[in-house]
Ligand binder design. Structure first.
Ligand code: GLN
Length: 191
């Protein structure tokens, strides 16, 4: 498993993945050349403008695109979701990878001070899931291939399009690893 380590909450994702990965290895990926060998990729939250620039500078953008198109599962959280989207509403500072057929509203719930937690009803989960939102985006438009997994405050905040998982919140910041498990199941299905 590869965690793209350009900026943001990388170590938390690494710890969460190590708890669910079983025999597998979790790699902290800082440069091009590693992602093509990964069976699953995590694109963490952070600042999407910064991550976007460094991703294309390093050449990892093309590798993520190739992996996604060849069916490798990708879990993109918060800024990661912004980056895998097809388009971003009213903001041309970030050039998204255009992988998930969604339109994103950045910072949709307000500023850092307005960060919040919410109990989500998630498709496929028996119990509510407590999600942490930090300057979170939301999904304002979903293409036909996109399955909505959860909403918060009337907005779509979790979705799946085949091998792509887009989450507006931070599943790596809580002990509830159901989203990491869901992602690992997708990885196991491909192997
Ligand atoms: N607001 C940030 C962005 O759009 C995302 C915040 C986060 O990843 N926690 O880049």
């Amino acid at each position: 498993m590869g965690v793209v380590a350009i900026q943001g909450d990388v170590s938390e994702h690494v710890l969460a993945l190590k708890r669910v990965v079983g025999q597998g290895e979790v790699l902290v990926v800082r440069k091009a050349g590693v992602l093509p060998q990964c069976d699953g990729i995590v694109l963490p939250g952070g600042e999407s403008t910064t991550i976007s620039k460094m991703m294309s500078h390093s050449g990892m953008d093309g590798e993520i695109r190739d992996a996604a198109l060849s069916g490798v599962p990708i879990m993109a959280t918060c800024a990661g979701l912004v980056l895998i989207s097809r388009e971003i509403e009213g903001d041309d500072r970030v050039r998204p990878l255009g992988l998930m057929d969604v339109t994103i509203g950045r910072n949709a719930f307000g500023s850092q001070r307005e960060s919040f937690e919410a109990d989500l009803e998630v498709k496929g989960f028996d119990e509510p899931y407590r999600a942490v939102f930090i300057r979170a985006p939301c999904i304002v438009r979903c293409g036909q291939e996109v399955e909505v997994l959860a909403r918060a405050r009337d907005s779509v905040v979790a979705a799946r399009q085949g091998n792509l998982f887009g989450l507006a919140f931070h599943p790596e910041l809580t002990d509830d690893l159901r989203f990491h498990n869901m992602f690992m199941e997708a990885v196991a299905d491909v192997l």
